[in-house]
Design a binder for this molecule. Structure first.
Ligand code: CDP
Length: 231
């Protein structure tokens, strides 16, 4: 059967990566978490002190972007690919609230976006890919056969992210997680370069009141229809 490209965009913590992983497994497609790439650049900037408490050394980061190599390696135990920065597995490090608190400002930098979008487009050259992010259906794969736009209320999303962080053993409060979710939503939707917006041909899915199973079944049906159309 002909393979298609599936683009999943939406606000933070809308469960994009959960459904993207389920779909990739179901279809035998590659799954790429584009947010992990922006988080990896943020981690790099923190390690090199290009990010300090109240100051970003943007020009220094831009001139050092050539030193960044991001790759994904499938971990069979986890069932998905983990992100590597210059050969080092940084999957755990990039999921902290601290990285989340800086990532949207790093993602506003056009030079960063240009570098990552090129790599993302290369990964999708042969189709058979599910990618999630903020600009996948609008900028990275504007011709994707299936585009989904995921939404849920800010409180629902913050609750999900708070539980994930607590489960990891991170010491965070619900209030700061909610603040992070809301502030990233704002920056991501208002930036000049590739703001988060629903592509005209994307299908909106509000999963505030959907179980994971209901959500997967609904999306699986959409995929089946697209696969038939592109047969
Ligand atoms: O998983 P979560 O919803 O927390 O976010 P993520 O997918 O890990 O993305 C982290 C951040 O990277 C977002 O808040 C955006 O600022 C940025 N991002 C982006 O600008 N473009 C993408 N395609 C993916 C992520």
């Amino acid at each position: 059967m002909k393979q298609i490209t599936i683009a999943i965009d939406g606000f933070s913590s809308t469960g994009k990566s959960t459904v993207a992983k389920q779909l990739a497994k179901h279809l035998g497609y590659i799954y790429v978490d584009s947010g992990a790439m922006y988080r990896a650049v943020t981690w790099f900037a923190m390690q090199h002190h290009f990010i300090e408490k109240d100051h970003f050394h943007i020009q220094d980061l831009i001139s050092n972007l050539h030193k960044i190599t991001i790759s994904f390696k499938f971990n069979p135990e986890l069932g998905f690919a983990e992100v590597y920065l210059n050969g080092k597995n940084i999957e755990q490090q990039i999921r902290t609230l601290e990285v989340s608190s800086f990532v949207s400002q790093i993602a506003e930098i056009s030079e960063v976006r240009e570098l990552l979008v090129k790599q993302q487009q290369k990964m999708g050259e042969c189709k058979g890919i599910v990618m999630d992010g903020r600009d996948i259906g609008t900028v990275v794969f504007p011709n994707a056969e299936l585009k989904l736009f995921m939404t849920a209320s800010a409180e629902t999303r913050a609750k999900r992210r708070y539980n994930e962080l607590i489960e990891r053993g991170d010491n965070v409060s619900f209030k700061e997680v909610l603040h992070n979710v809301q502030s990233r939503d704002y920056i991501d939707s208002h930036r000049e370069d590739s703001p988060l917006t629903k592509a005209n041909d994307a299908i909106e899915i509000d999963n505030s009141n959907m179980s994971l199973e209901q959500q997967f079944n609904k999306i699986r049906q959409l995929v089946e229809t697209k696969l038939q159309e592109n047969h």
